[in-house]
Design a protein around this ligand. Sequence first.
Ligand code: SF4
Length: 268
Amino acid sequence: MAPPKSKNSPSVKKQPAPNAAGGPKARTRALKGGPRSLYSPAEVHEIFRRFSVQRPEPNGELDYINAFTLLIAVVLSAQATDAGVNKATKALFPVADTPQKMLALGEAKVGDYIRTIGLWRNKAKNVIALSKALIDEHGGKVPENRDELVKLPGVGRKTANVVLNVAFGQHTMAVDTHIFRIGNRIGLAPGKTPEQVEQGILRVIPADYMRHAHHWLILHGRYVCKARKPDCPACVIADICKSKEKTTDVPAPLVPIAPLTEAIPVGA
Ligand code: SF4
């Protein structure tokens, strides 16, 4: 299966070409200022080729309608589950899918919609401040670059990377708990901080796979390479994996799998 199409992103450093994909001798890549990946370019290419066969069009599990509602959903998802956020936004987004409508709704009413989510008071404040900043400083549009995004209330680097990747197709890597664990556990992109892992992953993953790499890694971490105990017999890269924690060298059959949760836009 052909790899997913990619778009170039002016705000993200150009990825090195997967020059060793296809079989030159294995070697490791030095990560500038960080530990080395344990995998050769050919091995990394094969890992993501298999992920792309399993999930040709991976979806995130947060529901959203447009770039603005995606941004709000990601802000609300801090220290909360995607399912919990979706439950709250199912009623919120149909009535407030633009910064203008969200601002008009006001903090108290936004709070009423999201009070099942942890830290809801603070998040309601941020949602209103964020909507106001988008209107005042960006003409009501979500900016397409990280420097501007992280200046918005409640928006950190991880949130900005998710929005840039999912809404605008940029080659960013939002390192969450799953990606941080996989980067270190299997030695794909070791790092002591999320930013080190982010830089390591951006350096090793072939550009053709960057568009979906974020979702593939999250879904792999959530359902297979789990935190407490990795499910190695269900893993399609078990023969390539170099983790000391793995329990088998036999990869699971490589077949497309149905999404566990369809990310259907709210109101659709
Ligand atoms: S073989 Fe096990 S440890 Fe390695 S990636 Fe797969 S699930 Fe994770």
